[in-house]
Design a protein around this ligand. Sequence first.
Ligand code: GTP
Length: 616
Amino acid sequence: TPPHLLRNFCIIAHIDHGKSTLADRMLGVTGIVEDRQMRAQYLDRMDIERERGITIKSQAVRMPWASATKEPARPEQGGVRPEGSPGGLRTYVLNMIDTPGHVDFTYEVSRSLAACEGAVLLVDAAQGIEAQTLANLYLAMENDLAIIPVLNKIDLPSAQPEKYAEEIAGLIGCDTADVLRVSGKTGEGVPALLDRIVEVVPPPVGDADAPARAMIFDSVYDTYRGVITYVRVIDGSLSPREKIAMMSTKATHELLEIGVSSPEPVPAPGLGVGEVGYLITGVKDVRQSKVGDTVTGAHRMASTALGGYKDPRPMVFSGLYPLDGSDYPILRDALDRLKLNDAALVYEPETSAALGFGFRVGFLGMLHLEIVRERLEREFNLDLISTLPNVEYQVRLDDGSTAEVTNPSEFPTGRVASITEPVVRGTILAPSEFIGTIMELCQSRRGTLRGMDYLSPERVEMRYTLPLAEIVFDFFDALKSRTRGYASFDYEPDGEQEADLVKVDILLQGDTVDAFSSIVHRDKAYAYGVQMATKLKELIPRQQFEVPVQAAIGARVIARETIRAIRKDVLAKCYGGDISRKRKLLEKQKEGKKRMKMVGSVEVPQEAFIAALSQD
Ligand code: GTP
C-alpha cells in the first residue's frame, strides 16, 4: 500500500473506558471480522488479560476503510492536497496499534506511540479524563501525534458529554465541537470516527530507497511459531527470505515469514514505508527481538538506529519461594518458560533460612509482579510465597566500595556513607475536594509537590515526586480509599535520590530472620519494627522457652516483644477427658511439625511466615 493511503493510529484510554470494545467494533464496522465471529474482546489474547480486563501486550490490526474524506495536505509535497477521485470513495488502510493500559508498561506504550502518526484519545463520557489517560496523552503530544478526542459510551444514561467535552477541549486546546461522540457498544459514531482518522492522521513519511529500518513495538512468544515480532517500517522495505539484522546486537536472522494481522496473521509479499506487520524468524526468545530495537537488512544495513531504544529495567524486586520445597525445579522451569515471552523478567536463585530455596525476581512494577505470580500459580500449578517487594538501592560505604542491593538481607556490612533510592514522577487526578487528604497522604509517603493544575473547577491534577519504595505496595489502595475511589494515579521513573535509609532486621531469639529484613526510611524504622514484632508474636506458637522477638538497626534494638514459654504440654488443655480429642490433637501437632522451619533454636510454622509476609 502506498504511504498516502496508510493511516497508523493507536487508542489512548484509561482502563475500562472501553478501548477493547471500540477496537472490536472497528473490526466489525470495517468488515474484517464478521459480527457472529466477533469474540468478546478480540484483541486481548491472554486469559489473564481477559479475566482482569486489562491489556498487557500491544498488537496491531490492519483494516481497510473506504472513505470519501479528503486527504490532509502532505507536507513533503509542499502542503498540496493529493488528487482524489472527486466525490468518490477511496480505500485506505488503517493500522490500529493497541497500547498496553498500565503504568508498569510505559516504555511499551511509548514504543507503540512511536509507531503511529495519530492517537484516538478515548474518554468515558460518564467519567471524564483520568491520570493514566493524561500521562499517555502527554506522551503522544511529545511524539507529535495528531490527537483525535473522542467521548465514548454516549449510550449511557449517566453520560455527560457536554461537561467532559469542555474538559478535553480545555486540555488539548481544541473546540468542543471537535470532540467526537461514539458508543463502542452500539456502534454509533464509529464510522465517523474512522473517517476522521483518515482526515486528520497524517500519512507516514519515509525514504523508500534507503536501507530498511523498522521499529519493533511488540514481540510475543508463540509456542508453535517462536517469537512473533511486530514492526513498523520507517524507511526502505522488508521482504520474505531476506536476511535481517537487529541493530542493538547486530545479530542476524532469516525472515521466514512476513505478514499483516487482519486480525488473523496473513503472509504478505513485503512491507514498505509506513506499513505495520509481523516478522517471524524462528528465534525462540523475546530477548532476541526487543521492543524498541531497529530491524534492518543484513546485506544493506542502515547506519543509524531509530531513537528511543531502552533496555527494560526491573524496578521492583521480590523473593519467590515454592511453599513446598520440592517444587523448586518446577519453579525454575516455569520462570525459564515465562522469560521467553517477557523481556523484562529477570531472576536469580537465592536461599533464605526461613523460606528455603527460591528466586529473587525483578519486575517492572507491582502489576507485572502480580501477573507473573498469578501465571506461575495458574499455568504451572505452583503455590508460592513472596517476600515484601522492595526497590533497588545503591549503597556506598565509607571505604569507597559500592553495592546495588536488590535483596535487603544482602545489605553490605560496614559503615554506610550514602544510600540512593529510585524516585518517580507521579500524576494524580482527583475531584478538588480531596486536595487536602491527598496532600496528607503524599506527605506521609515522603512526596514533594511539584505542581497543581485545575482541569475544571471541580477537578485537579497534582504532580508529585515520590520515592518508588513508598508507592510500591499500598499507595494506590490508600489513595482510592481516601478519595472514595475518585482519584486516579500514574507514574514514571524519574531518577534517583539520596535518602536517610536504614536496614531493619527482625530477630528471633537473637537470630535474624532474613525474609523480614527491610530497608526503610529512618523515620519509619520504628513503626516497621513494632509492626513486624507484634505480628510475629501473635503468629508464632509458644515454645518450651521464652523467645524474644526484636527489631534492630545494626546492633541497636529498636523494638521488642516476647513470646512466653508454654507451661504445660498441649494435652493439658484437654483436662484428661475425651481420648479421641487427645489423639486428634497429637495428629495435628505431628502434621504441623512437617511444616516447621527452624530459626536458630526456634520452631516456626511456615504459615506464620506466610501470614507475616501477607499485607493484610
Ligand atoms: P482495558 O482493556 O482494561 O483497558 O479496558 P478497556 O478500556 O478495553 O475497556 P473495555 O472495552 O473492556 O470496556 C470496559 C467496560 O465498559 C465493559 O464492561 C464494556 O462492556 C463497557 N463498555 C465499553 N464500551 C461501552 C459503550 O460504548 N457503552 C457502554 N454502555 N458500555 C461500554
